[in-house]
Design a protein around this ligand. Structure first.
Ligand code: FAD
Length: 405
């Protein structure tokens, strides 16, 4: 039997590796070490149904806690791994305990960027969104009539804005760039999402940065914006992106760039060590990218398990993602980086619309808003390498199925 697999990080990617190995009937001993104190759980509902109080934590957990012992997975919660000793093939935990591995998976995720304390980042009432406890704290203070300032118009911030509106808070989103969703989506998609938020009463101020937060007695009361305006805020959610948790790898001398550098088997520069999920920088179509999404963490985790179990095949990401805001489901398929043109296609149902990204004649990605049909068709086209003409896509009379070949 193979020697012990140690997984650092008990989140989406780490869990996927352990679960897949057991599904493949691989019997090797597994130790999974996670710094959070609760069993592995899915994060997306933290800024959606869980924050709204419509989903209990039990439903967030991938498996009940008993599953781990039942499946011979030694789950060590509330432990932070401080160091990897590659020559001894051990990891060292914060409490000094040393655990030996034959193979190691780093699945440490990412950390939300915080505001510096010099501009009020440490004031009470200022939140980031990553862990269950962040969502619990935020849910505990969201009350009708209060005002919420969201800093950063990315998906997590916009989802928090949607939940807050449902709770009856007054919500302002500020975005330093010239538009929301700048890093991840096209102007056309941003226009659609902006209009949806505005129709729900959210104030969106683009090209507006934060000068500093202001507070009273250690609690946030408002903000001075880059244009000099002062606004009141009882609660602030900071959604300005994440940084990969790659320090452990860096300290161990592994190759690190924008995340831990891995090959198409998710192997790091040390063949006994893999990295998966948000912390890993992986090859994709001749470039190197980091994907911050559940599907990537799961698929890459599954791929590592398969490689360990002897099925040595490359992991070829097929990126997809979703976001829920109000009654709107946004689904994206593909990776839009490098696009030079988008076309917008109205869907069949009211409110359904999709934005298709092209580079030259190549279809790169699609954002589908309440349009499952467009999403499913696009996914099939991307998987098959089908490149429909933008003109036909833009024509609402075109039956997408006829383009599938
Ligand atoms: P994580 O799930 O973050 O797990 C990493 C774990 O490692 C954490 O528990 C961390 O505490 C632990 N850890 C870190 N360092 C150490 C250490 N040294 N020792 C021990 N433990 C350590 N994706 C989507 O596809 N769709 C969505 O709608 C969506 N919504 C999201 C909403 C929110 C609020 C958030 C935060 C994320 C969302 N995501 C979404 C992203 C998705 O959740 C992540 O991409 C995914 O969780 C990445 O999995 P991971 O295993 O890489 O990291």
């Amino acid at each position: 039997m193979a020697g012990r697999l140690v997984i650092v990080g008990a989140g989406q990617g780490g869990f996927a590796v352990a679960a897949k190995l057991r599904a493949l009937k691989d019997p090797r001993p597994i130790t999974m070490i996670g710094s959070e104190t609760v069993p592995p759980y899915q994060r997306p509902p933290l800024s959606k149904k869980y924050l709204l109080g419509e989903m209990s934590f039990d439903r967030l957990m991938f498996r009940p806690e008993t599953w781990y012992a039942d499946n011979d997975v030694d789950l060590r919660l509330g432990h932070f791994v401080e160091a990897i000793d590659r020559s001894a093939k051990t990891v060292v935990m914060q409490n000094g305990e040393v655990i030996a591995y034959e193979h190691l998976v780093i699945a440490t995720g990412a950390t939300p960027r915080k505001l510096p304390s010099a501009i009020g980042g440490d004031l009470d009432g200022v939140f980031v969104m990553r862990e269950k406890r962040d969502a619990d704290r935020l849910a505990g203070v969201m009350e009708a009539g209060k005002s919420l300032l969201v800093i950063g118009g990315g998906y997590v911030g916009l989802e928090a804005a949607a939940v807050a509106r449902k709770f009856g808070l007054a919500v302002t989103v500020i975005e330093m760039a010239d538009r929301i969703l700048k890093r991840v989506a096209s102007p056309a998609t941003a226009d659609i999402m902006r209009a949806i938020h505005q129709s729900h009463g959210v104030t969106i101020r683009e090209q507006t940065g934060l000068e500093r937060l202001v507070g009273d007695n250690g609690r946030v009361t408002g903000a001075v914006l880059s244009d000099g305006t002062v606004i009141a805020a009882d609660i602030v959610v900071v959604g300005i992106g994440v940084t990969p948790n790659d320090q452990l790898a860096k300290d161990a001398g592994l190759e690190v760039a924008n995340g831990i550098v891995v090959d198409d088997r998710a192997r790091t520069s040390d063949p006994a060590i893999f990295a998966v999920g948000d912390c890993a920088e992986l090859p994709f179509r001749g470039a190197r990218i980091r994907l911050e999404s559940v599907p990537n963490a799961v698929d890459q985790g599954d791929a590592v398990a398969a490689v360990l179990a002897g099925d040595d095949r490359p992991y070829l990401p097929e990126p997809w993602f979703w976001s829920d805001q109000y009654d709107v489901k946004l689904q994206t398929a593909g990776f839009n980086q490098g696009y030079d043109r988008t076309v917008t296609r109205p869907g069949q149902r009211e409110g359904a619309v999709s934005v298709w990204y092209f580079r030259g004649g190549e279809l790169l990605a699609v954002d589908a808003v309440n349009d499952a049909k467009a999403y499913v068709s696009a996914k099939k086209m991307l998987a098959a390498g089908t490149n429909p003409s933008p003109e036909r896509i833009a024509d609402p009379e075109t039956d997408l199925k006829s383009l599938l070949g």
